[in-house]
Write a protein that binds this ligand. Structure first.
Ligand SMILES: Cc1ncc(COP(=O)(O)O)c(C=O)c1O
Length: 464
């Protein structure tokens, strides 16, 4: 069902070389152009500066006009009434949750990905010697609370080295984590949790959640997903995926206000993940212990399909909050549900596949740090090495210059970012690669990508 499949075949087919690649990108472009009218209307919903093409949604989205107006009205109404922000926002959680495939008691409007990661990781009563298996491509938003758990509780972390580029498949990830867990067990270690980004913010590789959840379930582990980029990009059903925690941003692909996030917390035991719920303390709450339903102690977590209490209400109640901001996040989710989350995912991935294929065509597939052929590994983030001289990828200054000049030297200018990509685990001495990262989202079209690729090619030749 991936966009590549929809465009007919993989790159392993007959007819090698540029002609084949050009036919492929041509077919992809034709398919992308089919719904131009619809996506032009979507683009018109935003207030984006037309002198720039914004392709760094992985860092920041942009609120649609409708959401901006709503936020403004709500803020003014609150000021007029000298209102407060107490509450557990049940109405908003009820409205948002179905778009993520969960019940309202499993969905929290958090302050952002980092806040959700802190709440998740630091809410677990870790024991000295507990091992968390994670990766060498994690973000500080997850690594920081993990480091606190290491320093404070004696948790140990084991870092799996992630593959890079197109020559990989979804099955590799289950094998990598499984092998590491086996190895740790042989050493007598107590593996307690897995924590991973899906997708990583470096290469944009979508670590396959369903495959990794099979490893989690096999070993009865706690599962913590840094899904910063998932809300608003991927139309995932989190009840079916069954992870314990998924912390995502509301201000990136979901295009809600800054300081918003979507935190999913497993609060009942479904067949998708029969592992018992982990013990968990809501460390950021002013609604603790829960009083509804009466008589249920907070620690009595569900053992079956019925929640004992609304954990999301507990986590949502954190004193007086910015109610207009959270209501506006709900409004942004309403806009996404209206457009269609699956439709957005398909379009975002089709754009990114088109970009990945064009990069492979111009620069060669080896320049891609994101995989392109396994549909399970695709996200709307594309990372690659643009330099004429491939060895320049270790030059962080040149990489930053490339990003700056892509904005300043072209009209319209392109807003992208660069990122360090560790090629091994920390301490190995292998230098990081400084790759550039492009986000493709619902306000882009194939022509934006054509112009971007031409500009990047031109700039890479000028910079030598
Ligand atoms: C993978 C990942 N995790 C966490 C974060 C932090 O996100 P937030 O600003 O929502 O806390 C980011 C931000 O770019 C990210 O890419």
């Amino acid at each position: 069902l991936g966009p590549l499949a929809a465009c007919g075949g993989d790159s392993g087919g007959g007819g090698s070389g540029v002609a084949h690649a050009a036919t492929k990108t041509g077919a992809m472009r034709t398919q992308l152009a089919q719904d131009t009218g619809f996506w032009n209307q979507v683009e018109a919903m935003f207030t984006l500066d037309p002198t720039k093409v914004f392709m760094n949604i992985g860092t920041a989205g942009s609120m649609p006009k409708e959401v901006l107006d709503y936020f403004d009205n709500e803020s003014r109404q609150l000021a007029r009434d000298s209102g407060n922000g107490y509450g557990n926002f049940l109405a908003q959680r009820q409205q948002i949750a179905p778009g993520f495939g969960v019940d309202p008691d499993e969905l929290v409007m958090s302050y952002n990905t980092s806040a959700g990661m802190c709440v998740s990781i630091l809410g677990i009563p870790w024991q000295r010697g507990d091992v968390v298996v994670t990766t060498n491509h994690e973000h500080g938003g997850g690594l920081t609370p993990l480091q606190i758990a290491i320093d404070r509780y004696g948790v140990e972390a084991s870092y799996v080295k992630l593959p890079i580029g197109n020559n990989q498949s979804a099955g590799d990830y289950a094998n990598l984590f499984e092998a590491r867990i086996q190895q740790l067990r042989v050493q007598g270690k107590r593996v307690r949790a897995m924590m991973w980004s899906a997708p990583t913010y470096k290469t944009g590789t979508m670590l396959p959640i369903a495959e990794l959840m099979e490893v989690v379930k096999r070993h009865g582990l706690i599962s913590i997903v840094d899904g910063a980029h998932l809300p608003g990009m991927m139309a995932y059903n989190y009840a079916e995926l069954g992870m314990d925690f998924m912390s995502g941003a509301g201000h990136k692909w979901q295009c809600g206000p800054g300081s918003t996030g979507i935190l999913i917390v497993r609060n009942k035991v479904r067949t998708s993940n029969p592992t018992p719920l982990p013990p968990f303390f809501p460390v950021l709450s002013s609604g603790y212990p829960p009083t509804q339903p009466p008589g249920v102690k907070w620690a009595e977590r569900a053992t079956g399909s019925t929640a004992t209490y609304d954990i999301a209400a507990v986590l949502q109640s954190t004193g007086s909050m910015n109610a207009p901001m959270f209501r506006s996040l709900a409004k942004a989710c309403e806009v996404w549900d209206r457009i269609g989350r699956q439709k957005i995912e398909t379009y975002d991935l089709a754009l990114s596949s088109y970009l990945k294929e064009k990069i492979a065509e111009r620069w060669g597939v080896d320049r891609l740090y994101s995989p392109k052929d396994d549909p399970k590994l695709l996200s709307a983030l594309t990372s690659f090495n643009p330099f004429a001289n491939a060895a320049d990828v270790t030059n962080s200054q040149k990489s930053s210059q490339f990003v700056a000049r892509l904005l300043s030297d072209y009209a319209p200018g392109f807003v992208i970012r660069n990122v360090n990509c560790p090629m091994d685990v920390a301490g190995s001495g292998v230098p990081d690669h400084w790759i550039v990262r492009i986000s493709t989202h619902l306000w882009h079209d194939a022509a934006d990508i054509d112009r971007l690729v031409d500009a990047m090619w031109d700039l890479s030749r000028k910079m030598g």
